[in-house]
Design a protein around this ligand. Structure first.
Ligand code: MG
Length: 375
């Protein structure tokens, strides 16, 4: 138990034990360090741009689909519920959840794959690493430092995976990848809340788009279980509401399972400190049954939605846009805005990747048109 935050479990990260910020700052008068991190994230420009970035569908395809902004809010909300039940640090999970996608390129995974391809000879591109770059270096808001100067634990939580090569370059924030230790319980919670959120909203958006239909999904046990229940309880509510009821029940089942399974593991391992959490096998996780069921859902989404011809058409176009933007800027840096030309002179192609990664879907499309349309 922490003296200043008595509601926290002994294995939770308490703000009084934080490893601190890269640049020392006086503490805020009314907020814990992690509340302050959350506020800095919400006020930064990369966060606002999440509104116009997507994962599966492109932003202009419809106003009803999730954007990265609404996705990040859903992740934060799920993560906070789980953290509260487990007496983990809600402020920290919220900060990590809200920041986890800040480094995403336009056009979701298609954009990330394409930019990674362009950067192959220059160290590659990974959105996770980029989220950390945004909060550590790219945001320009404070007089005394670049980036947002977030706490160590928030930064470490953002860095979900990392190659040994990159870990050596990044130093302490990535040391757990070299030492083969886990992240905090809070980082583990944010990570699985992300998974719960995107699988379910992809189901919802997939159905809404008409690219998948409920009959296909009802072949998947976790969906069938819940939709049977909904149809039995509410036989006449119509297809749309049946879907909504089913999705909300699946989310609830996943969240409850995550809490129960994590509690079970915590009881077995009995971690008495954050260090115990770091030294143990992952403590936050789903039960075996749910893991198997989730896998079936994921593989359906992969084949049925992410590789649907209409999604593939957009994916292919998106990749081409990112590739052509990169090539154009790389061959002729004077096409870039002046401040980015300066950054390219200092940092090389990495600065081009930073510029493209920061674009929203619609800005990338507009910029591509400006560079390539003759009329
Ligand atoms: Mg995410």
């Amino acid at each position: 138990m922490s003296a200043s935050e008595p509601w926290l479990a002994p294995y939770a990260v308490s703000s009084s034990q934080s490893r601190g910020r890269r640049y020392a700052e006086p503490e805020a008068a009314t907020r814990t360090p992690f509340q302050r991190d959350r506020d800095r994230i919400i006020h930064c420009s990369a966060f606002r741009r999440l509104e116009y970035k997507t994962q599966v569908f492109v932003n202009h395809e419809g106003d009803l689909y999730r954007t990265r902004l609404t996705h990040s809010l859903e992740v934060a909300q799920i993560a906070r519920s789980v953290a509260r039940s487990l007496h983990a640090n809600e402020d920290l999970v919220e900060a990590i959840a809200l920041a986890h996608d800040l480094g995403h390129t336009p056009f979701g995974h298609a954009g990330q794959d394409s930019l990674n391809d362009c950067m192959r000879q220059f160290g590659g591109f990974e959105h996770n690493l980029q989220s950390l770059r945004v909060v550590d270096e790219l945001e320009e808001r404070y007089g005394a430092f670049d980036g947002l100067n977030l706490c160590f634990e928030t930064r470490e939580g953002i860095l979900k995976h990392c190659s040994p090569d990159n870990a050596r370059k990044l130093g302490p924030v990535a040391e757990r990848f070299l030492l083969r230790r886990q992240a905090s319980l809070e980082a583990q919670i944010a990570n699985l809340a992300d998974e719960i959120a995107y699988n379910n909203h992809d189901v919802d958006d997939g159905l809404r788009s008409g690219l998948i239909v409920i009959a296909q999904l009802e072949a998947i046990p976790i969906v069938a279980r819940h939709s049977d229940e909904v149809r039995y309880l509410f036989p006449s509510i119509g297809e749309r509401r049946t879907v909504q009821e089913t999705v909300r029940r699946i989310i609830n089942t996943l969240v409850m399972d995550l809490i129960e399974e994590t509690r079970r593991r915590v009881t077995v391992v009995a971690p008495a400190s954050v260090e115990d959490v770091r030294g143990a096998a992952p403590l936050v996780g789903f039960s075996q049954q749910i893991l198997v069921e989730q896998e079936a859902l994921k593989s359906f989404l992969r084949d049925g939605l992410y590789r649907h011809p209409e999604v593939m058409r957009m994916t292919t176009k998106s990749k081409r846009i990112v590739h052509e933007l990169f090539d154009a800027f790389h061959q002729e840096p004077r096409l870039l805005p002046v401040d980015h030309q300066v950054r390219v002179a200092q940092h090389g192609p990495r600065a081009i990747a930073d510029y493209i990664a920061g674009m929203t879907d619609r800005f990338a499309i507009k910029e591509h048109r400006r560079l390539f349309a003759i009329d």
